[in-house]
Design a protein around this ligand. Structure first.
Ligand SMILES: [Mg+2]
Length: 429
């Protein structure tokens, strides 16, 4: 700890699956190995996952499939429709393997998770990362890259280089000052987690082009020009851990909300409350980015690091038409939970994931069932979101989310979020 109250001795790994959807397809169709393969969005529209061979052909992410179909076929490759049931299941398997390596796994998206490694006694974290990589590969068939450092933002950067530079063999650890500086120097500012296009442009105008330049920017500049989110990024680059999962920049492909409980939970009523809460938060994120989801997964797990019977499982469903309407999502999630739940286990964690996310504007017209966007349900959600934004989270909440929330992580000793909440800013007298 130092004078800011932020810890500098965390160690965290980011494990990210390589070309995840394509990799899932290749597990079940090995003939696709080594060929240019891409997975298309819903209704076979645009490329949402590309193999390295597709990237080498310079076919961009998001490109319309039909435009490149002939070229891909010419090279012996394939364009595939998305199969979220398969990706969701493979994701659950990968996460299950990861949960053997740390009691503290935070699933960030369908193909990424942070593993807390603080206090781990290993001399060689890079080797530990390679062990994770080879185990996941062997047990699920999915190739992953591992980045390890002191903060989530730095672990993301380590992961980026582990993936891009073959010499690292899929695992890079940034704990040493010199190595951190070198990696940051080779990271364009726009590549940093949470730096959006606008910020990227602005920083470049200020002649801040690399992550190293941003880290070493003068405090005066940071205080004056950066928002609280930007400030958090700078602190993380400096090695101070301050990004919490629920404030993390949202992933594009999928939205996950999952937490470890503050106590062992075996009662389904408490799990129902937790799942309702997670859905509520995740659906808010969906609506905030003006999108809808076509796939929903609910997962449940016991604590592998405790003795006793173990149970890890997930269930999912497609959402048709795609939606972001909370009451309906809660209803579906609770029915999945009911099917998933087995009595007699002590659960440590539950979570929900939305995938097959598309922008509201791209929702196809559908004459069989009206989309929530086209009727009063959308207006209702807008009103709820507005009220909760203005008067605080859960001013209006769903009855199934519960009132006491006994399952929640105990945070009575949580220090104020000095750097991320204006209301928690330290006061100078
Ligand atoms: Mg990935």
């Amino acid at each position: 700890m130092n004078s800011t109250g932020l810890s500098r001795d965390n160690i965290v790994a980011l494990v990210d699956c390589n070309n995840f959807y394509v990799s899932c397809e290749r597990v079940f169709n090995p003939a696709l190995q080594g060929k240019p393969v891409a997975v298309l969005s819903n209704n076979d529209g645009c490329l949402v996952s590309r193999s390295q061979e597709i990237k080498d052909l310079k076919i961009p992410m998001g490109a319309p499939g039909f435009k490149y179909e002939a070229l891909i076929k010419k090279h012996g490759g394939a364009l595939l429709s998305s199969n979220y049931a398969l990706y969701g299941d493979m994701s659950a398997r990968v996460m299950d393997v990861l949960s053997m390596f740390s009691p503290d796994v935070e699933i960030y998206s369908i193909d990424e998770a942070f593993l807390g490694l603080t206090g781990f006694r290993t001399r060689n974290f890079e080797e530990f990362g390679r062990k994770i990589k080879s185990t996941v590969q062997q047990w699920t068939g999915i190739p992953v890259s591992v980045g390890i450092s002191t903060t989530k933002t730095l672990a993301k950067i380590a992961n980026h280089h582990a993936k891009k530079t073959p010499a690292f063999k899929g695992s890079l650890c940034l704990l040493d000052e010199d190595r951190i500086a070198k990696a940051l120097e080779r990271t364009p500012v726009g590549e940093i987690w949470g730096i959006g296009r606008q910020y990227d442009k602005f920083l470049r105008q200020q002649h801040i082009e690399t992550a190293l330049q941003l880290r070493d920017a003068e405090d005066k500049f940071v205080d004056h020009y950066m928002t609280s989110v930007g400030l958090k990024t700078v602190l993380e680059l400096r090695g101070y851990s301050c990004v919490e999962m629920d404030e993390a920049p949202s992933a594009k492909k999928s939205i996950v909300n999952s937490r470890s409980f503050g106590k062992q939970v075996s009662d389904i009523a408490e799990l129902q409350e937790a799942v309702s809460n997670y859905i509520t938060r995740a659906a808010e994120k969906l609506r905030k980015q003006k999108s809808v989801a076509g796939y929903l997964m609910v997962f449940l797990s016991t604590n592998r690091f405790k003795e006793g019977p173990q149970y890890n499982n997930s269930l999912s469903t497609t959402l048709f038409p795609p939606t972001a309407y909370t009451p309906e999502l809660i209803r579906i999630a609770l029915s999945l939970l009911e099917e998933l739940y087995l009595p007699g286990f002590e659960y440590k964690k539950a979570g929900v994931m939305f995938a097959d996310i598309i922008s509201e504007a791209d929702v196809p017209l559908n004459f069989i069932e009206a989309c929530y966007l086209d009727d009063k349900r959308k207006q209702l959600m807008d009103i709820v979101d507005k009220l909760n934004r203005r008067h605080g989270q859960d001013t209006l909440f769903y009855a199934s989310s519960g009132v006491s929330k006994d399952w929640q992580m105990r945070r009575a000793k949580l220090s104020p979020r000095f750097t991320t909440r204006w209301s928690d800013l330290p006061k100078v007298k």
